[in-house]
Design a protein around this ligand. Structure first.
Ligand code: GDP
Ligand code: MN
Length: 380
C-alpha cells in the first residue's frame, strides 16, 4: 500500500522527524481556511496523489496571499496527474530552502537486506542523478541483523562536503528516525526527497513517500485507515475486500476469471497470442467455493470495459461443480449481458458439465479452443 504525502508526514511526525506545518484539504475553501490558520498565508499547495513527479506536472504551487491559495488550490484540485485525478491538496507553510538532499530506505533483495540511499543533491529524480553522476549517490547496505549501526552513518556522513558538515547531527538523527519508521511499519520504501536544510539550519522532510507491505498490515493496524476510497480503483477495492487477487488492466475487453496465478498469467498470454486484449488479471485462489466464484464474476460483470468474459478453471483443489454452481447463481442474480466463454476441466468436471448443460451453458475442455472463441467474440 502506498501512502499519500500527508499520511507519510503524519508517520514522520510520530517518529520524531520534522515536517512543515500543514494540513490536508479536500476543497478550495478548506485549503484557504488552512492557509488562514497560519501566521502568514505564505504556503505551498501540493496535489495528494499516489504518484510521483507532481512538481513537474504543475501539482506543486507556491502562494503568498489567500487569493493566491484560492487560485492554486483551484488549479490543482481536479487536475490529472498520470491517470490520477487530484481530490485533495496538502497546504503547508513555505520553508526557506537552503539545500535539497535525498534520503531513502528500500528493500535490497540482491543482498537479502535493506539499503539506505543518500545524496547531498536531492530534489531531482534519484534514478537520473545515479545515471549522470553516480558518485553523488551514496549507498549503505544494511544487514537485517543487527540492522543499521551508528558507525555506518558516521562513515557516510564523513563524506559530507565541508559546507554541509555543520548539518551532521540533523542528518544523522533524520536517518536514524526514518530507519526506525521503515522497520517498525514494515515499509518497503521510505523516502524523503527533498530533505531540506533551511536557512536557519533545520533538517526538514519537505516531501515524503512511504510504501508499506500489505502482508504485514495485520500488525500495523494504525495504517488501515490510510487506504482511502478515492485513491483506489473501486473494482480493485471490492476484489480486495472479497479476498480476490485482481488487477485491472488498461485497454482490454476480455474479462478473465481464473484459478491460480500461473494459469491467470497464462490465460492473458494465450488471449494475447490469439490477438485479443485481457481487461484484468484475476486469480480466484485455491479451493474456491460457489460464493467466491460468484463474487469474482460480479466484479468482472461490473467492469464497463469488458465485453467478453473468459472463465478458465483447472480443477485441482478447486472443484468444478462448485465453480458451475457459482456461475449458475451469478447468472440468475446478475442478468449478464456479456458474452461468456467457459473452460472447465478437472475434479468433478462431469458433474459440472451436467449442471451447466441443464442451464444451456456450453463449456470447453481445451484452453486453446476456448481462448480462440473468447477472442473471436471480443471482436464482434
Ligand atoms: P514532487 O515533485 O512530487 O517530488 O514534489 P515535492 O514535494 O518534492 O516538491 C517539488 C519541489 O517543490 C521541491 O523540490 C522544492 O524545490 C519545491 N518546494 C516544495 N515545498 C517548498 C517550500 O515550502 N518552499 C519552496 N521554496 N519550495 C518548495
Ligand atoms: Mn519530491
Amino acid at each position: 500500500m502506498n501512502l499519500n504525502e500527508f499520511q507519510a508526514k503524519e508517520l514522520f511526525l510520530r517518529f520524531g522527524l520534522t515536517v512543515p506545518n500543514g494540513k490536508v484539504a479536500w476543497s478550495v475553501d478548506e485549503a484557504v481556511a488552512v492557509a488562514e490558520s497560519f501566521r502568514e498565508p505564505k504556503v505551498v499547495v501540493k496535489a495528494q496523489v499516489l504518484t510521483g513527479g507532481r512538481g513537474k506536472a504543475g501539482g506543486v504551487k507556491l502562494a503568498d496571499t489567500l487569493d493566491g491559495v484560492r487560485k492554486a488550490a483551484g488549479e490543482i484540485l481536479g487536475m490529472k496527474i498520470k491517470d490520477f485525478t487530484v481530490k485533495k491538496v496538502l497546504v503547508e507553510e513555505q520553508m526557506k530552502i537552503e539545500k535539497e538532499m535525498y534520503l531513502s530506505f528500500i528493500h535490497d533483495r540482491d543482498n537479502r537486506g535493506y539499503r539506505m540511499i543518500f545524496s547531498e543533491q536531492g530534489g531531482v529524480e534519484i534514478e537520473e542523478l545515479a545515471r549522470v553522476s553516480p558518485e553523488k549517490v551514496l549507498m549503505v547496505n544494511i544487514e537485517p541483523f543487527p540492522g543499521l549501526v551508528p558507525f555506518q552513518l558516521r562513515e557516510v556522513l564523513a563524506e559530507l562536503s565541508a559546507e554541509n558538515k555543520k548539518h551532521f547531527r540533523g542528518i544523522y538523527q533524520t536517518m536514524m528516525n526514518l530507519y526506525k519508521l521503515f522497520i517498525e511499519k514494515d515499509a518497503t520504501l521510505a523516502e524523503i526527497n527533498p530533505l531540506v536544510i533551511t536557512a536557519d539550519g533545520k533538517c526538514i522532510a519537505c516531501d515524503g513517500k512511504v510504501s508499506v507491505d500489505n502482508n504485514a498490515l495485520y500488525r500495523n493496524k494504525d495504517l488501515e485507515g490510510y487506504r482511502l476510497p478515492e485513491d483506489e480503483n473501486p473494482l480493485e477495492r471490492e476484489a480486495r475486500e472479497k479476498n480476490l487477487n485482481y488487477v485491472k488492466l488498461d485497454g482490454g475487453n476480455i474479462g478473465c476469471l481464473v484459478n491460480g496465478a500461473g494459469l491467470a498469467m497464462t490465460t492473458m498470454d494465450v488471449i494475447k497470442h490469439f490477438g485479443g486484449e485481457p481487461a484484468n488479471f484475476l486469480d480466484l485462489g485455491g479451493g474456491a467455493k460457489a460464493e467466491h466464484v460468484k463474487n469474482a464474476l460480479k466484479i468482472i460483470v461490473n467492469d464497463e470495459d469488458v465485453s467478453t468474459i473468459f472463465i478458465n478453471i483447472f480443477g485441482g483443489i478447486v472443484r468444478c461443480d462448485f465453480v458451475a454452481e457459482g456461475i449458475i447463481n451469478a447468472r440468475k442474480e446478475l442478468d449478464i449481458k456479456k458474452n461468456m466463454v467457459i473452460r472447465l476441466l478437472g475434479t468433478n468436471d462431469t458433474i459440472a458439465y451436467e449442471m451447466l448443460e441443464k442451464e444451456n451453458i456450453s463449456v470447453f475442455q481445451g484452453m486453446t479452443d476456448a481462448a480462440r472463441k473468447a477472442v473471436e467474440l471480443s471482436k464482434l
